[in-house]
Design a binder for this molecule. Structure first.
Ligand SMILES: [Zn+2]
Length: 281
């Protein structure tokens, strides 16, 4: 069977470190967009067709050791993004305004390019979120102009006037963005792939700073064919349908009695991650 292309994406959660971004009544933009980007990445990576790299997966200060300033932040952020490299770049933000304002908008550098197509695909999905649809816009933002890949910047909600909506719809927004990205690359992204196991494992993995955990496991399963991946945590019993798969890749823990198991486990998170990564090479 022909190997399916795996797309490399660069996700850039805006702001970070001493720069909170826009600030709402109870949350900061830098934290909301980090969460949104991680959730979006987890959904995409569960398809096995995307690998997401982050300019920051923590509350990073891009200026360090120099004192923070906006220009240096953007310059270093883009440097990180270009060094990571990928098929496309996505920057995640919350909007804010001095007046009451609502809704989502997706920016591209200019009309007519790949970035505009990416923006339109995401906008089409975000328009279904039940928030105000502000459409696709064009702007000369630094991260759109200087990244080496087609790039978009997503403004998810106005933190000054709809923070509660931003928080309440964050899972739906992550799915909408993931589906918009999937639409652009011709990959079907289904809500069904957000199995709790997969999602929580990915979050745990990100929390441990090991980001390449899930994709290699999925890649291994694609290689084996008709394969399920069971990501175990909390000693949960596996869902019954994994026994229908011809092969089973188990990440974490021991045998579950499947006749054709590949067990990728270690004594610690790190050991397990190493076992998974070794298969993805
Ligand atoms: Zn921002």
């Amino acid at each position: 069977m022909a190997e399916l292309k795996i797309y490399d994406l660069v996700f850039d959660p805006g702001h970070g470190g001493p720069d909170p971004g826009a600030v709402g009544p109870t949350t900061k933009e830098k934290d909301n967009v980090l969460m949104l980007a991680k959730k979006t990445a987890a959904i995409l990576e569960a398809t096995g067709r995307f690998q997401v790299k982050f300019t920051r997966a923590t509350d990073k200060d891009f200026c360090e050791p120099a004192p923070y300033n906006d220009d240096l932040d953007l310059k270093n952020r883009v440097k990180v993004a270009n060094a990571l490299g990928g098929d496309a770049f996505y920057s995640f933000h919350n909007n804010s305004a001095a007046v009451k304002a609502y809704g989502n908008e997706v920016y591209a550098l200019a009309a007519g390019g790949e970035g505009e197509k990416m923006a339109k695909a995401i906008r089409a999905r975000m328009a279904l979120l039940g928030m105000v649809d502000r459409g696709v816009k064009y702007a000369n933002w630094y991260v759109l102009k200087w990244t080496d890949m087609p790039a978009v910047l997503i403004e998810y909600g106005f933190i000054n006037s709809e923070e509660s909506v931003i928080l309440a719809k964050i899972d739906q927004a992550a799915l909408a963005i993931a589906q918009g990205i999937g639409d652009h690359f011709g990959v079907s992204v289904s809500a069904n792939v957000i199995k709790k196991e997969v999602y929580e494992m990915k979050e745990a993995v990100l929390a441990h700073g090991i980001e390449d955990y899930l994709v290699p496991a999925r890649r291994e399963s694609i290689k084996l064919g008709n394969c399920a991946v069971f990501l175990r945590f909390d000693d949960k019993t596996p869902p019954a349908d994994i026994y229908k798969a011809e092969h089973l890749t188990i990440v974490g823990g021991g045998s579950v009695g499947h006749p054709n198991e590949t067990i990728l486990s270690g004594k610690t998170w790190g050991d397990t991650a190493a076992a998974v990564s070794a298969t993805g090479a």
